[in-house]
Structure formats: C-alpha cells, structure tokens
Design a protein around this ligand. Structure first.
Ligand code: DC
Length: 232
C-alpha cells in the first residue's frame, strides 16, 4: 500500500449512526482543506447494486460471488461528495429505507469488506493533502496507522432524535421506531465477525450527547491541529 505525501494528515472518524459522524467529518475536512470519504456510502452503494441486480441479500454466498462486480467510485470533495455505481449517480438511492435495512447484512460479508477496504486504502493513499475518512472500522482495520483516530459516541436517545430529524419529510417515522432500528443496526455492525464497529485502543473518544454540532467540529479541528503541530 502506498502512503500519502509526508505532510498529509489522515484522520479516522468512527462511531455508530446518529453521532454526527458525517456532518462532523465533512465540516472538519472542509475547514482544514482535506479530502473526505464516507465509507458507509460505499457499503450502501454495493448493497444498492445487489438489490437492483437481483442478488439475495440474505445469502452471504451469493453476495460474496458478486462482490467484485460493481464499479464504485467516490468523489472526495467535502463540499460536494459524490458516489457512482457503474457510472450511475447512487447518492439518492443509497439513502432509502430498503438499503438501510439491508446494508448491515451485506457489509458483514468478508468478500465485500475486502473489496471495499481496498478501495478505501487506495483513496486515502491518493489524497495528496490528507483526508478525513469516516466509518466503523477505519481506525481499527482500514487505516490503523492514521495520524488521528476519533471515536464519536452519543446516547441512543440523542442518536435516534438526530436520525429522526434527518428523515423528516423523506421517510419520516416515529422516534421509538427509529431508535429500535438504529439499535438493531448497531448491534449487527458491532457483533459481526469481520472488522466490527469498534473503538481503536489509541482513538480519542468524544461523547457528543450534550454537544452541538459546532462544538464537536471545533473539538475535532483542535485535535487535528494539535497532531499537526506535534509532527512539525
Ligand atoms: O454510516 P452509514 O449509516 O451510512 O453506514 C451504513 C452501514 O455501512 C452501517 O450500518 C454499517 C456499514 N459500514 C461498515 O460496515 N463499515 C464502515 N466502515 C462504514 C459503514
């Protein structure tokens, strides 16, 4: 694996859904002039491809056989991230309820993880000025040598309230149902055998329950700046 230029900083931001990972990662990357990669979007994209190509998402063998087929391309501008599958814009379809309910099963298949992890490492290695990569296993598995690892947490109530807010107008659902779905997905993501959702031993944990988004962004920006200053 090639490494990025020496001055480039690689930031891994992991944590469960609803902790503000995406908003924080994008804003930190934009503020610091870094690239940005949403790895959840890649797992959603391969899940969407499986659904639209008739692959049974309950069948790990069928998923494993098809894992190498879709061409998934991520655009890493934090102000306008993009994702295409076989040349088609997938940014809308990957956010549907169907994809959300099936992504944990698809992303648990080792062949899918190997494929997507390779893509992630290539993107990080090619990000000249550095990159913020958000996901579940970035600090533990994908980029264990990242310069800074942050693990975001929040209470299940706070996470469900944030998710519900995001869904408003699209696929609005009640808070209790959102909380239940979120806890179920976290349990699946944390309990799988291959690179589960986990905090790396050297990650800084930030509990965002009582913090505003701006406060979380500020906190992570400060952590990155401290890292950069320490490397000079
Ligand atoms: O962050 P998100 O909700 O868009 O992620 C969707 C799913 O993708 C999540 O439920 C588990 C999976 N995922 C993963 O397994 N590993 C990652 N690094 C990122 C996401």
């Amino acid at each position: 694996m090639e490494t990025a230029a020496p001055s480039a900083v690689i930031v891994a931001i992991d944590g469960p859904s609803g902790t503000g990972k995406s908003s924080t990662s994008k804003a930190v990357a934009a503020k610091l002039g870094l690239r940005y990669l949403d790895t959840g979007a890649q797992y959603r994209a391969i899940t969407w491809w499986m659904i639209t190509n008739g692959v049974d998402t309950e069948d790990p063998h069928a998923i494993a056989v098809a894992a190498g087929k879709p061409a998934i391309v991520s655009g890493t501008d934090p102000c306008a991230p993009t994702i295409t599958v076989d040349g088609l814009d997938a940014s809308g379809p990957i956010r549907t309820k169907e994809v959300t309910s099936k992504v944990s099963a698809v992303s648990a298949v080792p062949e899918v993880r190997t494929r997507i992890t390779e893509l992630q490492r290539t993107i990080a290695a090619d990000a000249d000025g550095g990159i913020v990569v958000e996901g579940r296993d970035i600090g533990t598995t994908v980029l264990p040598d990242a310069d800074l690892k942050v693990f975001l947490t929040a209470s299940a109530e706070a996470r469900a309230a944030r998710r519900s807010g995001e869904l408003k107008g699209k696929e609005a659902t009640d808070l209790a149902a959102t909380k239940e779905a979120l806890i179920k997905r976290d349990a699946a993501d944390s309990g799988r055998k291959t690179s589960p959702l986990a905090k790396a031993g050297d990650a800084v944990e930030v509990d965002t329950t009582e913090l505003t988004l701006d406060q979380v962004i500020e906190c992570v920006v400060t952590l990155v700046e401290e890292k950069r200053a320490g490397r000079k």
